[in-house]
Design a protein around this ligand. Structure first.
Ligand code: DAK
Length: 260
């Protein structure tokens, strides 16, 4: 197994990012966050990559949270910096120009749940467990969990999870809308790659704009969101991909999108 804390496996049009600290159940320390940020920057500019998948090394954990050993020693200033940096990295995932899917293959706790929440959507294996146990440690979620979870599943259910710190099964997470699909562990990557390939066939500019419109539009009034949608649609009409997509339909062939 590699010493790298974050692995990147590129098989265009897909890229798989693996958090690789299995002995610590892939807990996120400063070094992991920093390598994750560098990997995201690299992928964002890589035109061969159309869809990104994030998963955890091993069969036990996606990510068991922020690194408790590292956090236990932090001064207030270090804690602030760690928090700001984690939020920045997770925002990069949300704002990546390509769709990002979480393949949750085990424990997704604290910062691990927040990592999955910062992706565009998640699939989980049957053994996966979700939870935000921060309050049991005397802290609270700080990588966006108090903000993204209620937007996804509603305030009441989000507060129940955040305030109890309890763990829930993959099936419960599915019923709440935290994950879109639950499959056996040995079928997880296959299922995620299948949906990723379905997405990767589509126009990359349309994907980037649609992802952004959903995220930005969610937090603004409907009328403003619709204006944003119209203007973005106008911009899309100037792309070669729009011309190619419609031409291909009329010529009864598959489109070849270039992202231009
Ligand atoms: N950090 C560091 N090490 C961890 C870890 C974590 N989150 N989770 C597990 N490990 C390590 C264990 O210490 C153990 O190491 P060794 O003893 O072997 O050296 C190894 O991984 C295997 O774990 P266990 O022996 O505990 O394995 P079990 O199967 O018995 O239990 C478990 C699995 C997932 C139930 C258990 O490991 C566990 O409860 N882990 C902690 C889960 C947790 O509480 N996660 C939330 C962490 S707090 C903020 C920003 C972010 C955050 C908060 C604020 N601001 C910006 C304000 C985020 C906070 C968190 O994520």
């Amino acid at each position: 197994m590699s010493d790298e804390l974050v692995l990147l496996e590129k098989t265009p049009p897909l890229a798989v990012i693996t958090i690789n600290r299995p002995k610590a159940l892939n807990a996120l320390n400063s070094s992991v966050l920093s390598q994750l940020e560098q990997t995201l920057d690299q992928i964002n500019e890589d035109e061969e990559v159309r869809v990104v998948i994030i998963t955890g090394a091993g069969e036990k954990a996606f990510v068991a949270g922020a690194d408790i050993a590292e956090m236990s020693k932090m001064s207030p200033l270090e804690g602030t910096n760690f928090s700001r940096y984690g939020q920045l990295v997770f925002k990069k995932i949300q704002e990546l120009k390509k769709p990002v899917i979480a393949a949750v293959n085990g424990y997704a706790l604290g910062g691990g749940s927040e990592l999955a929440l910062s992706c565009d959507f998640a699939y989980a294996s049957e053994n996966a467990k979700f939870g935000l146990p921060e309050v049991t440690l005397g802290i609270f979620p700080g990588f966006g969990g108090t903000q993204r979870l209620p937007r996804l599943i509603g305030k009441g259910r989000a507060k129940e999870l955040i305030l109890t710190g309890k763990m829930i099964s993959a099936q419960e997470a599915y019923e709440m809308g935290i994950v879109n699909k639950v499959v056996p562990l040995d079928k997880l990557m296959e299922a995620v790659k299948e949906v990723a390939m379905q997405i990767a066939k589509n126009g990359p500019i349309a994907l980037a704009v649609a992802k952004d419109l959903v995220d930005v539009g969610y937090d603004i009034p409907l009328d403003d969101g619709c204006i944003l949608e119209s203007r973005s649609f106008g911009m899309c009409c100037s792309t070669e991909d729009k011309k190619e997509g419609m031409q291909a339909f009329l010529e009864k062939r598959k489109p070849v999108f270039t992202g231009r």
